[in-house]
Structure formats: structure tokens, C-alpha cells
Design a binder for this molecule. Structure first.
Ligand SMILES: C[S@@+](CC[C@H](N)C(=O)[O-])C[C@H]1O[C@@H](n2cnc3c(N)ncnc32)[C@H](O)[C@@H]1O
Length: 429
């Protein structure tokens, strides 16, 4: 396929996402199934245009003076894909599969409008109702932080120290553009895509099959480190899901002690078994039945609650979720978070730690949840977040998260990662 056909496909998929309010990954998958002639290169470029357009939907629409899917897709080519209007027109000129050309009026708007004059939530590319939430956390920096959540993300890898070193992984993935990640000695980063490039499929690499690394955002790796699991401890990963943090904890514990990985939704645990095997983890038991956990009440050195959340810190990677999120969903997540904290606390031993993590940047899911928990549970106290950060990320230098009450907040602007909130609470001994 040439650019014209790919662009037309991206426009149809954007329309599908908008009208049926469905996840981008589903819409892309369905398009791929219905167009089997399209190769991997076609699908990658179409996916790039769709994701770029979704990340910057509001700012592109404002500059184009149009919210039409076609104009947004053209805007994505003009911005993240780094193409000039002349280059786009030249590529599309004799392509019978291309959409109608970029309208002269739209192009004039694009070239004359200065985004600096747009309303704040448009510059930040976030739904207007989310603005107060981000402002509450970031103050005057909130627009910059929102815009950073609309940029292309890198691919981060966590080196599995049970099997490999960073040097080994870097050597193996040199051709994929892998480099040292910032902040963490055990992390590797493949920088964000440029133009219409394509990320290598690192999971097809022999080094991945051998369990040398996992795909995991830097922020998620830091959350695991801040949890502070040590060899020999008893740890409950209460919202283990597919096990991203379980694997990180197992490596920190050098396969010694015991991890219990639980999730209330059994299907979410499905990938964990293969991942544990590939990573060479031997100290983890997986539990789908809450009754299994009764025996662990009051026994755990650490209980990690990587709670269900809006995912507002991961909008770089799932920009469609940004536009689907509603205040009602936020309320539901807050209720679930209270339930998770309330249930998880009973497994912490006296003197043990309850670690609360979200990939959200909304105070109501983060420090306000912890504040309410501490009010209702006077046997818990907050562990000062600054020394926790310094211990987990000793080479950070001037780079630091935000320290709101009761924890730390990572963000693309502050810590070059997805957005995360991490809070560590100690139970009286
Ligand atoms: C953010 S995800 C976990 C991601 C995982 N820890 C990782 O690092 O890959 C949150 C998980 O919490 C689970 N969950 C939701 N409500 C729960 C509850 N009441 N008890 C336990 N797990 C719950 C969800 O099924 C989901 O898998």
C-alpha cells in the first residue's frame, strides 16, 4: 500500500473508534482482519497515524479548525509524522486509494493558527472535565504535563536480573535501537518513533523468548523498586493482573522468599504462568481464589496493591482511553480502590508495609485515597516518600517526582516515564 491507502484506512478506523466508542486496538485489529492483503508495514503506519491523531485530537482539531477524522489524520501527518503539505500532496497525487486532498482552507488554518492561543485543555490535549484534576496535582505546570502525555512514548524494557545483565540485553537489541534508559541501571529504552517509522517487535527476539527482559514502562519499574521487596520476604501482589510487577518483585527478591500473586479477575492472570516460566521465577504462587489468601492474614512483609484506576498516567500509550473516560468511570474506580485497600490491609503483618500504586494522575485516586485510608486506619502511618525515591533511584540527581501528600508522582515531564502514584504505608508493629 502507498501512503494514500494507508491514510484512507486510518481515517476509516478513526471514524469507527469515534462513532462506536471502541478501543483503538479492537478497531485496528478488525480492520486488519478485513484487509488481509495489508502487510505488517502497512499496519504499522496506519496504527501510527491513528495513535498520533488520538493523542493530539483536540490540538490538531483546533489548528485545523475541523474535528473531521480526515482533517485530524492529515494533522497527524503534518505534526508527529513530520511531513510538509507539499510532501503529502506529492505522495498522494496519483494514488487512486488516497482520500480527498487536504482542503486549502484547512491548511491555511493549520498554518496561521498558533496553539499558544488555544484554551488550556486544548493545549494539554485532555478532556475539559479532566483539567481541574491535573491542575490540582501539577499547579501551573499542568498544561505542559498534559501535553507530555500526548507525545509518542518510548518502549521501555526491564532487564531480568535473574537471567541477564543490561549490557547483555543492549548488545542483543543493538539493531533495534536499544539504549540505556534514564534513571535506572536495570532499564533499557528504545526511543519514541520518528516520523512514519516502525518499532521493532522486541517480543519476537530470541532474547525475549529466553526471558532476558520484559516490556515494562520505566514508571512501573520504579514502582516495583519503591515497594522495596527483599530476598527472603513474604510478599502479596494483591492486584497482580498479567504479573508485570510480580516479575519485577521476584527479580528483586532473587527468587528467595515467597510471592503470592492474586487478582480478583481470574482471566487477567492468564498470561502470568508463561511469563513466570520464561523469566525463571521460582518463588511465586498464583491465586485466583480469595479463600486461598485467608491463611496469609497478618503474615505479609509487603502487600502491593497496584490498584485498578483510570490509567490517566498512561495516555501516551492508550490515547483512546483518554476520550472514553467519564466522571462516572472515575467514581467507579475510586470505589474499587477503597475496596482493594480495605481488603488488602488485612494481610499485612505488624510492622509490615502496604504499598499503594496507581497509573493515574488524579488526586482523588491517589493521595486523597491514602488520606482517607490513614484517617480510618490509625494503625497505619505514611513512610516518607523522599528517602524511598532516593533509595530506589540512587542515580537520579536533580531529577525528582512530585511529592504531594502521602506519596510520590512520576510523570513523563518529571521522570521520563508514564504517570504513576506510589505510596508506602507502614503498619504499627
Ligand atoms: C493496574 S492492574 C494490575 C497490573 C499488574 N499489577 C501489572 O503490573 O501488570 C489492576 C488489577 O486489579 C485487579 N482488581 C480489580 N479489583 C480488584 C479487587 N477487588 N481485588 C483484587 N484485584 C482487583 C484487576 O483485575 C486488574 O488486573
Amino acid at each position: 500500500m502507498r501512503l494514500g491507502g494507508r491514510l484512507q484506512a486510518a481515517i476509516e478506523i478513526l471514524d469507527d473508534i469515534e462513532t462506536r466508542k471502541r478501543p483503538a486496538s479492537d478497531a485496528l485489529k478488525d480492520w486488519g482482519l478485513a484487509h488481509r492483503f495489508a502487510g505488517a508495514g502497512d499496519r504499522a503506519v496506519i496504527g501510527n497515524i491513528v495513535y498520533d491523531a488520538l493523542r493530539r485530537k483536540l490540538s490538531i482539531a483546533w489548528r485545523m479548525d475541523s474535528a473531521d477524522a480526515r482533517d485530524i489524520a492529515y494533522g497527524a501527518l503534518l505534526s508527529d509524522a513530520e511531513m510538509s503539505a507539499e510532501a503529502i500532496n506529492a505522495e498522494l497525487a496519483d494514488d487512486k486509494f488516497a482520500p480527498a486532498p487536504l482542503d486549502a482552507e484547512r491548511l491555511a488554518a493549520w498554518e496561521s493558527r498558533d496553539l499558544a492561543e488555544a484554551p488550556d485543555h486544548i493545549r494539554a490535549d485532555v478532556p475539559e472535565w479532566c483539567a481541574p484534576h491535573l491542575e490540582a496535582l501539577f499547579g501551573n505546570d499542568w498544561v505542559r504535563e498534559g501535553a507530555a502525555l500526548a507525545a509518542r512514548p518510548p518502549v521501555d524494557l526491564r532487564v531480568n536480573t535473574l537471567k541477564a545483565s543490561r549490557a547483555k540485553v543492549l548488545k542483543e537489541l543493538a539493531r533495534a535501537g536499544a539504549a540505556e534508559a534514564p534513571l535506572l541501571a536495570g532499564a533499557v529504552r528504545i526511543p519514541p518513533l520518528r516520523a512514519l517509522g516502525r518499532h521493532p517487535n522486541v517480543q519476537a527476539e530470541p532474547a525475549f523468548q529466553k526471558g532476558w527482559f520484559e516490556v515494562q514502562d520505566l514508571g512501573s519499574q520504579i514502582a516495583g523498586l519503591v515497594a522495596g521487596a527483599e530476598p527472603g520476604q513474604q510478599v502479596l501482589d494483591y492486584c497482580a493482573g498479567a504479573g508485570g510487577k510480580t516479575l519485577a518483585l521476584a527479580a528483586m527478591m532473587e527468587n528467595r522468599g515467597q510471592i503470592h500473586a492474586f487478582d480478583a479477575e481470574k482471566p487477567r492472570l492468564a498470561p502470568i504462568f508463561d511469563r513466570l516460566k520464561r523469566a525463571g521465577v521460582r518463588n511465586t504462587q498464583v491465586h485466583a481464589n480469595p479463600e486461598d489468601l485467608v491463611q496469609f492474614e497478618g503474615q505479609m512483609d509487603i502487600v502491593l496493591t497496584d490498584a485498578p484506576c483510570t490509567g490517566s498516567g498512561t495516555w501516551r500509550r492508550r490515547p483512546d482511553a483518554k476520550w472514553r473516560l467519564s466522571p462516572q468511570q472515575l467514581e467507579r474506580r475510586e470505589i474499587e480502590q477503597r475496596e482493594v485497600l480495605d481488603a488488602a490491609k488485612r494481610y499485612v503483618k505488624p510492622g509490615g508495609r502496604l504499598v499503594y500504586v496507581t497509573c493515574s494522575l488524579f488526586a482523588s485516586e491517589n493521595n486523597l485515597q491514602v488520606e482517607a485510608f490513614l484517617r480510618e486506619n490509625p494503625d497505619y502511618s505514611e513512610v516518607d516518600a523522599k528517602p524511598l525515591w532516593q533509595a530506589a533511584v540512587p542515580g537520579a540527581g536533580e531529577i525528582a517526582p512530585i511529592f504531594p501528600s502521602h506519596g510520590m508522582v512520576l510523570s513523563p515531564e518529571r521522570t521520563f516515564s508514564d504517570g504513576f502514584f506510589i505510596s508506602v504505608l507502614k503498619k504499627a508493629g
